[in-house]
Design a protein around this ligand. Structure first.
Ligand code: NI
Length: 138
């Protein structure tokens, strides 16, 4: 368990009220935990560069009736088998599919994989979500 320290700080009343609204609307019962998470978000945002290692999910929405698309998506993923840890396929409707691909790689590699998948004809949406591996967040 990390040692806790107490700190006090001075902020404008309006800023304080906005913080309280954020804490409440995000469903936090505890202001300190909200501020800790804000600091962690900032740490992640400032520390990352293209060579940083991250864990990421790439979510694709695509039309599987597009000729050859499923095969192409599988081919791209096989060419990155060292970085792709897992994937899950969800059938959204008669034609539409979603695939969530879990990747552990550098930021630039994740972006490259996502861009390559996104560019395939029939892929309608691709969203990338990255997280730190955790060591720097304690
Ligand atoms: Ni499907």
């Amino acid at each position: 368990m990390t040692d806790l320290i107490r700190l006090s700080l001075s902020i404008e009343k309006t800023l304080y009220e906005r913080l309280e609204n954020l804490v409440q609307s995000a469903g936090y019962s505890n202001r300190s935990e909200y501020v800790r998470d804000m600091i962690r978000d900032k740490l992640v945002a400032t520390k990352w560069n293209s060579n940083s290692n991250v864990i990421a999910s790439i979510t694709l929405v695509f039309d599987h009736s597009m000729r050859g698309l499923s095969k192409k998506l599988a081919k791209v993923q096989h060419s990155h088998f060292k970085e792709i840890l897992a994937s899950t396929h969800v059938h959204l409707s008669q034609d539409m599919c979603a695939e969530m691909i879990l990747v552990k790689a550098t930021v630039s590699k994740v972006k490259h994989i996502a861009d390559t998948l996104r560019q395939q004809k029939g892929v309608l949406h691709a969203e990338v979500s990255m997280s730190a591996l955790g060591d720097e967040l304690n």
